[in-house]
Write a protein that binds this ligand. Structure first.
Ligand SMILES: NC(=O)NCCC[C@H](N)C(=O)O
Length: 411
């Protein structure tokens, strides 16, 4: 059965998403809404991603690709209906019943591989009209008339690249997260379908800590959730995750006895720090990187522990890293901050210099562009496995964001 018992123990299985049609749809006009900072050279992005996959495989990690999992999921009528009922909800402002019905007709007629491609990559009016062809029914949709040929009936989901955020495993269960930004909300449906219907997960007996659809508008995103071990989870409270989201997760973990402590950390509410893992990740049994621009003494944090009547007890910590060390049963933890001028510190944080994916204790994957940060890690005895991310990084996420571990040992 899958489980994630730490941030840095040996990584065994991971879900990644290789960019595809979803990346091809990014344009200067839609990139902001789709949370990218630039359009992407798609074939180079794929190359970069394949090198990332290859590196993981060389390190003994089994890579599961999201498109494959989704294609294997939508092989039954039940799974297809589950997904389409949700993504073609006719109350969505641009849809309406007639257009939702037409899109359903087209998507249902596809094979599982094509359906997965369009669930991730979207469906344009042009594609819909071509597929409908002669099969166009009697009910005309004025919603369809209102769209231009290249407008989307189903928008693309290029942030599926960041598999960490939409689904994250915490000890013996998984959170299928409700997403803060409209451009990412449909990602949740894809994972709900996978965890409900894919044979690898449906019978796995894993706990479901967070059920995205049921939990919104409370938000929790996986980039904010770090399973630091010893029954402890660290959660960031920044631009995305809400206090209610943290409480719900804590309550569920405590009820099941799967965690004893949740430490919530306040972050600046800005895009550059959208998730905890954009400023801080665990890199070894006793070590964390922290963005140089953050004053470690000034970070506010709270520890939640099981309380009476399902409400966690909360106590504010005087020092975040002392609280983490105590939770891990250590005298102290090492906080690694690159010594660099503020220009290079800001630049490297923007390029995900703190966003590291550990494959084993003290061994992390990092973007090569972050020269100072990577050198600093090596000076502190951390092995840095460098990958190129010029294109992948344009959505503002690094190796940790781009991976959803589903099996990882404790340390
Ligand atoms: N964990 C992360 O920090 N993920 C990066 C997500 C980037 C994506 N463009 C977003 O804005 O949600």
């Amino acid at each position: 059965m899958f489980h994630v018992n730490s941030e840095v123990g040996a990584l065994k299985h991971v879900i990644l998403h290789e960019p595809g049609l979803d990346f091809e749809r990014l344009t200067p006009d839609n990139k902001d809404e789709l949370l990218f900072d630039d359009v992407v050279w798609v074939s180079r992005a794929k190359e970069e991603h394949r090198a990332f996959q290859q590196l993981l495989r060389e390190r003994g990690v089994t890579v599961h690709l999201l498109h494959d999992l989704l294609a294997e999921t939508v092989k039954t009528e039940e799974a297809v209906a589950f997904v389409l009922d949700r993504v073609l909800d006719d109350r969505q402002p641009h849809l309406g019943a007639a257009l939702a019905g037409a899109a359903r007709q087209v998507l249902t007629a596809m094979g599982p591989g094509d359906l997965a491609t369009h669930l991730l990559g979207g469906l344009s009016k042009r594609e819909l009209s071509e597929a409908l062809g002669e099969r166009r029914g009697p009910s005309r949709s004025f919603a369809l008339d209102l769209l231009a040929d290249d407008d989307f009936v189903l928008p693309p989901l290029p942030n599926s690249l960041f598999t960490r955020d939409t689904s994250c495993w915490v000890y013996d269960g998984v959170c299928v997260n409700p997403m803060r930004k409209a451009g990412r909300r449909r990602e949740t449906v894809n994972y709900e379908a996978i965890y409900n219907f894919h044979p690898m997960f449906a019978e796995s007996g894993a706990q479901r800590w967070i059920d995205g659809e049921a939990m919104a508008p409370a938000v929790i995103e996986g980039g904010d959730v770090e399973v630091i071990g010893n029954g402890t989870v660290l959660v960031g409270l920044g631009e995305r995750t809400t206090p209610a989201g943290v409480e719900i997760l804590a309550r569920r973990l405590f009820e099941a006895g799967s965690a004893r402590r949740v430490i919530a950390v306040e972050l600046p509410k800005a895009r550059a720090f959208m998730h905890l893992d954009t400023v801080m990740t665990m890199v070894d049994r006793d070590a964390f990187t922290l963005f140089t621009g953050l004053d470690r003494a000034g970070l506010r944090s709270w520890t939640l522990t099981p309380g009476a009547r399902q409400v966690p007890d909360v106590c504010e910590n005087t020092d975040l890293f002392a609280a983490i060390a105590a939770a891990l049963g250590l005298d102290r933890v090492r906080v690694l901050q690159a010594e660099q001028d503020t220009f290079s510190a800001r630049r490297e944080q923007w390029n995900d210099g703190c966003n590291l994916l550990a494959v084993a204790p003290g061994s992390v994957i990092a973007y090569e562009v972050n020269e100072h940060s990577n050198r600093m890690l090596e000076d502190n005895g951390i092995e840095v496995l460098r990958i190129r991310g010029d294109q992948l990084g344009r959505g503002r996420g690094g190796p940790r964001c781009m991976s959803c571990p589903i099996e990882r040992d404790a340390v």
